[in-house]
Design a protein around this ligand. Structure first.
Ligand code: GLC
Length: 603
């Protein structure tokens, strides 16, 4: 196996951003907001900035001493959310702990996995009935009564903090439920809420907008607009008909959302998952995704939040190709998000498994390495959403993507997944728990495959994420079939605490997976220089079913080499290396058994 060029990125750059003087944050926010709401926009910009200043001052005064002390510590430790071997953990609060109080009892489970960041999926008060898994928020100031109270949330934040785990919450900033008070006030004609949402009353205009838009849910919620009797027009609904897009062209919407962020930050939340960030701004004649104004909104939020709660992070959720996700990090001079979901690596990993070839993953690594040093990837195998192949459009055509869909949902491979939906001509997205997609239940190599998937996720540059249940190889949940729930509920099972209990003491598949994740994390924690390791870059000599990448360390390199096939694969090590799983020294030609992985320290 031949050498790779050394990575040119330096992770240390982030420190400066955290030491920006407050005035600079203010000016930077003002600049971004000026482009959105300044002179030519017809808004009263000085009044807007005065309103913002008042909110920043109030929220700063309200910030508790304990949180301020934590902010101060984090200023000196800018990568506090990216600690080697400390994964994030994402779970529906009800499925994980029943209630927020119930989640408290599960903190030891998180600690056993060395979790550093806990992400309970949307837990603010959602609309009754279908709420898209909580992504249709009816009240940002209240916790969903089924889960508990706002005080329970503060208690959970505090308990996690004491367990050295950060809490990240979703801020569904693109839309609200139609039941939200803002939407109701807008419908009622309350002048304070005028233009909070987007109404179109003319069919020709509707057609003009629609011509450029791509459906988010083409089967379950086709189109981007919903007819509304009350206004005798269509409301903009990118997602479901009950999720009404906010109109950020109105600065009052920005102000209202700023309040949401500042209140949550002061409740002790450490990070914000910005849902559907790509959609925040609409401009006629465009596909209304990733527009420069969406970036200005995020940039302004970053700086304003930094004035009150500098020890918090922003995580971008944008299901786009890497070239469109990377801009959500912003630049060092104009930063936006600290973290972003690495959906390019995620989708490429599943594609590579389907093809039994590491080539597509090479392309994904090259694409995702093109990011500024201050932005970091949240790496994952599965989440609560579907696997949408579009992220790989720049590297794979549609027929190839359709083959992946058939592989995971066609019933003829090791995978037991289901397809969700697709726009015309596109490949349908895939649902299923990682365990089922890897064939753990009935393929001899299933568990090895699941371990391999996670060993790659953990080895990449950034923060690895465990999706609840994967640590015990939890399979699909077929309970959704026959209900109104969409196919994504296939991979949203309740945690099996009996199985998790066994996992800690047994040599069952659950136990093997659980022990494996703990081992991966412990290796990374013990590995000198891992915090500063460079980005993952493909190894040039890689071939066929071998997936391989390297990260440069101060001393030597960290290599991850995986075999995506049912046969042994020979690899040639350029230098003698230590096998990090068993401590043995390897050199020269080395055989990797089917679906096994090597983590090597090459000195
Ligand atoms: C994000 C969420 C997804 C939700 C959508 C609309 O993509 O991950 O679950 O349906 O936003 O809020």
């Amino acid at each position: 196996m031949s050498d790779v060029s050394s990575p040119g990125e330096d992770q240390a750059g982030s420190a400066d951003l955290d030491h920006w003087p407050d005035l600079d944050h203010w000016y930077a926010a003002r600049e971004a907001l000026g482009r959105l709401y300044g002179k030519t926009s017809g808004h009263n910009f000085p009044v807007l900035m005065a309103e913002i200043a008042r909110r920043i001052a109030d929220a700063s005064v309200a910030r508790r001493a304990e949180l301020r002390a934590r902010d101060a510590r984090r200023r000196d430790d800018p990568l506090w959310f990216k600690r080697p071997g400390r994964p994030a953990y994402s779970a529906y609060a009800d499925r994980f702990g029943g209630t927020l109080k119930g989640c408290l009892d599960r903190i030891p489970h998180l600690q056993a996995l060395n979790v550093g960041v806990f992400h309970p999926l949307p837990l603010l008060k959602a609309r009754d009935g279908d709420s898209d898994g909580g992504f249709a928020v009816a009240d940002f100031a209240e916790v969903d009564p089924k889960l508990g109270t706002f005080d329970d949330l503060k208690t959970l934040a505090g308990a996690l903090r004491r367990a050295d785990i950060s809490l990240v919450l979703d801020v569904v900033c693109n839309h609200t439920a139609r039941e939200h008070a803002w939407a109701q006030a807008w419908l009622a004609g309350d002048p304070d809420y005028a233009d909070f949402y987007i109404a179109i009353r003319d069919e020709a205009e509707l057609a003009a907008w629609s011509a450029h838009l791509v459906d988010a849910f083409p089967t379950t919620a086709p189109g981007s607009f919903t007819w509304c009797e009350d206004i005798q027009g269509w409301v903009w609904t990118t997602f479901n008909d009950f999720q009404w897009d906010l109109n950020y062209a109105n600065p009052r919407v920005f102000l209202a959302m700023l309040d949401v962020f500042l209140d949550l930050a002061n409740a002790g939340v450490d990070g914000f998952r910005l849902d559907s960030v790509a959609h925040l701004w609409k401009t006629k004649g465009t596909n209304c995704r990733n527009l420069p104004q969406a970036h200005d909104i995020i940039g302004a939020l970053r700086h304003l939040i930094a004035l009150v709660a500098p020890g918090t992070f922003l995580l971008a959720e944008a299901s786009e190709a890497a070239r469109d996700v990377v801009p959500f990090f912003g630049s060092e001079a104009a930063p936006q998000c600290h973290l972003a979901y690495n959906n390019t690596a995620m989708t490429a990993l599943w594609a590579a498994l389907a093809e039994g070839d590491g080539a597509i993953f090479d392309a994904a690594l090259k694409a995702t390495a093109q990011k500024p040093a201050h932005g970091h990837w949240l790496n994952y195998a599965r989440g609560h959403g579907d696997i949408v192949w579009n992220a790989l459009d720049p590297m794979a055509d549609k027929p190839r993507q359709k083959r992946w869909t058939r592989f995971y949902a066609g019933g003829e491979s090791f995978a037991d997944g289901l397809s969700f939906q697709a726009n015309a001509g596109e490949a349908a997205s895939i649902c299923g728990m990682a365990s089922s997609l890897c064939g753990v239940a009935d393929d001899a190599f299933g568990l090895d495959r699941l371990k391999l998937v996670y060993s790659i996720v953990y080895a990449l540059d950034g923060v690895p994420m465990i999706y609840m249940g994967d640590e015990i190889a939890l399979p699909n949940d077929r309970a959704f079939t026959g209900t109104d729930a969409d196919v994504r509920w296939l991979h949203r099972p309740a945690m099996d605490w009996d199985a998790a209990g066994i996992a800690t003491i047994d040599t069952t598949p659950q136990g093997e997976m659980y022990a494996y994740l703990r081992m991966l994390s412990e290796i990374l924690m013990a590995m000198p220089g891992m915090a500063e390791a460079g980005p993952a870059l493909p190894l040039a000599g890689r071939d066929g079913p071998v997936l391989a990448f390297a990260r440069t360390l101060a001393k030597g390199r960290f290599l991850c080499v995986a075999n995506l096939s049912d046969d042994n694969q020979m690899v040639r090590l350029r230098r003698p290396s230590t096998d990090l799983f068993d401590g043995l020294r390897l050199a020269g030609a080395t055989s990797i058994p089917p679906w096994q992985v090597l983590w090597l320290h090459e000195i």
